[in-house]
Design a protein. Structure first.
Length: 636
């Protein structure tokens, strides 16, 4: 290139160029040279770059030996290294922007908090908190750790969801680290260590995303293993295609450089990173990049009812007791058993008993709890032991209750109700019913309508009775529902929904997504093609899920699907840019335009074009990363 700059070509000029190129290669390009031997085992994009650099040096020294100083390519080698490193630097910028969000978030988290020890308030660091510690959160203070509050209060979750949103957290419910208490001062019990908090899960999720190779990226890596040897062979064939050996060497070098699949290598991981950070800003944790690929394959989405479509805060609406027992006594027996359970129905019964100031009975024997059925145990009252069972009718039958002695009036009441019905039995006698109702989430109808309009079949899988499920299905206009389902049966139904079905002459399989929150939902979340766990749900359900909706809003379901579909679209945009570039550039680099137009791409310009391809992919990702900010500006 010195002659292009008007410099006199001499041995000194060439020596300066060689020394400069050597420094650039040693400082920034040694890892490319180390990749050359991989051509015989697992060739990658660095292999092509290394061969290009080595060829540039080899051809330059060959021409120097013949005193052809105008045909040296030390500058091409330096250009190749510099421009590839520039592309890698831009990739690092994308990585840093992802991590910057996490650092920005950590700035808003408190470093110290108020802890209650022996009735005295002290100040301690958040990292020193242990599970079970009692902390105090004053009005306007941030929640220092994931905890369970002792009083009702309002909290601002903007740091978690990205939007200013006030949520009332009731006594006994969990609130996440970083939320701001905008209600009354409350005491709370720490439920998770700092290392297991929402913020740490977010950090772990994004770091896992950075390190993980998705299915599509693995396919691209496989393509690279044969693409690189093909390019090397094509480059070598230039020696036989062109009679002029300088043209042959130039074309060979240009092919090696311009075919470098850097852009293809960047296309998938950078797009996935953008998707992860966009989801994180919405309070959505993507535990697996595989989920981003699988979401686009979903046909059907099934929802749990309690705590997912509803608020998960059921209340006891009414009580029906047989003639020889009072409503208060029936509630006392039920509440005394349910205090050992953490199910929402148990909380509702206990709250009803507390509101009526009912004193609970002591438990004589260990209470038995069977998810999806009920509880049973032995209570003691006035020196007398009583065997009490609370749950569905099948649960009472399994505990020895005679199906022929069910009071007719109770059966009519239970069968005709659209509420959740719990039976109460004492010493093998059917004694009454508890009717519970759970308020539907305000957004449930709109969310399900949004999903239906997007082409998904939407339904519900619940352990509630047929009457309750049918009532909810009618209200929400569901495509299907399954009622009276036990926890272990939910996973079976999810698998059954995804089994091949005959449509016309074809057998078609439908991919199923499941949205749930409780311990009972964990098997179904694991069995689903994609599992969505509500952020307020049990830890085991979040472990089983692919996506955690930390904001605990149903709108996060369609929002997460949209973000992940946009991410998949971004991947294909990037891959299209990359493959189109390679398909168009290789013939030109081989000299297809030289015979007619006299156009022959030199290696340094090939390096520039190759780097430009990578930069276009990265800029496309950065554009997507700023899309949300631009959309907010337009809305405002």
């Amino acid at each position: 290139m010195p002659h292009l700059l008007g410099m006199e070509i001499s041995g000194l000029t060439v020596g300066i160029a060689a020394a400069s190129a050597f420094l650039v290669t040693v400082i920034s390009g040694l890892h490319f040279l180390r990749a050359i031997p991989l051509i015989f085992r697992s060739a990658n994009m660095n292999t092509l770059i290394g061969i290009s650099i080595l060829s540039s040096w080899g051809l330059s020294f060959w021409n120097i030996s013949k005193h052809e100083y105008h045909a040296v390519y030390f500058d091409s080698a330096a250009f190749i290294v510099a421009l590839v490193v520039l592309g890698q630097w831009i990739e690092a910028v994308v990585h840093r922007r992802v991590k910057k969000y996490l650092n920005d978030l950590s700035v808003f988290l408190p470093e110290s908090c108020r802890i209650i020890k022996n009735g005295t308030e002290e100040i301690c660091t958040v990292s020193a908190l242990k599970v079970g510690d009692r902390i105090r959160i004053l009005m306007g203070e941030k929640v220092p750790a994931d905890c369970r509050v002792s009083l009702d209060s309002d909290f601002d979750f903007s740091i978690i969801s990205g939007e200013s949103r006030t949520v009332q957290i009731r006594r006994g419910e969990e609130v996440l680290q970083g939320a701001v208490n905008i209600g009354q001062p409350v005491d709370a019990d720490v439920v998770r260590l700092y290392s297991e908090s929402f913020y740490e899960k977010l950090v772990g999720s994004v770091n896992q995303s950075l390190a993980q190779k998705p299915r599509l990226q693995r396919r691209i890596d496989q393509i690279a293993t044969w693409f690189v040897p093909f390019v090397v062979l094509l480059s070598g064939s230039m020696y036989f295609v062109w009679a002029d050996k300088n043209i042959a060497w130039t074309a060979a070098l240009s092919i090696l450089v311009i075919a470098c699949p850097c852009a293809i290598g960047l296309a998938t991981p950078t797009a996935f990173l953008v998707g992860a950070i966009r989801a994180a800003k919405r309070g959505i944790l993507i535990k697996s990049f595989e989920a981003i690929e699988k979401v686009s394959e979903l046909d059907l989405i099934a929802f749990d009812k309690t705590g997912t479509l509803t608020l998960g805060r059921p209340v006891v609406n009414r009580i029906k007791a047989v003639e020889n027992i009072s409503h208060r006594d029936l509630l006392m027996y039920a509440a005394s058993l349910e205090r050992s359970s953490e199910h929402p129905y148990a909380m509702a019964i206990l709250q009803k008993a507390a509101a009526e100031k009912i004193e609970l009975l002591p438990v004589v024997e260990q209470i038995k709890i069977v998810p999806g059925k009920g509880v049973g145990g032995v209570l003691k009252r006035d020196g007398k032991e009583l065997s009490v069972v609370v749950g569905n009718l099948v649960w009472l039958f399994e505990n020895g209750y005679d199906s022929t002695k069910v009071p007719t009036d109770l059966t009519w009441e239970a069968d005709g109700s659209h509420e959740t019905v719990l039976w109460v039995g004492i010493d093998s006698k059917f004694c009454g019913l508890l009717f519970l109702d759970d308020e539907l989430r305000a957004e449930s109808r709109d969310v399900l309508q949004d999903l239906s309009q997007s082409g998904f079949q939407v339904g519900m899988i619940t352990g509630d009775s047929e009457n309750v499920a049918r009532s909810f299905s009618k209200t929400l206009k569901l495509k299907f529902f399954h009622a009276g389902v036990l926890p272990e049966e939910k996973a079976t139904i999810v698998k059954r929904l995804s089994e091949p079905k005959k449509k016309g002459l074809d057998m078609i399989s439908e991919q199923v997504g499941f949205v749930g929150d409780g311990v009972n939902d964990a098997p179904a979340l694991a069995a689903a093609h994609v599992g969505f766990a509500m952020g307020s749900g049990a830890t085991i359900s979040q472990i089983s899920a692919d996506i955690i909706l930390v904001s605990n809003q149903l709108w996060s379901v369609p929002e997460s699907i949209r973000v992940m579909k946009q991410t998949r679209s971004l991947i294909f945009q990037n891959l299209s840019l990359s493959f189109i570039y390679n398909l168009a550039a290789l013939p030109i680099a081989a000299g297809a335009l030289y015979g007619k137009f006299g156009i022959l791409i030199k290696p340094e310009w090939a390096a520039l074009a190759m780097a430009g391809s990578s930069i276009s992919v990265l800029l496309n990702c950065l554009r997507a990363l700023t899309f949300d900010k631009r959309r907010k500006m337009i809305k405002s």
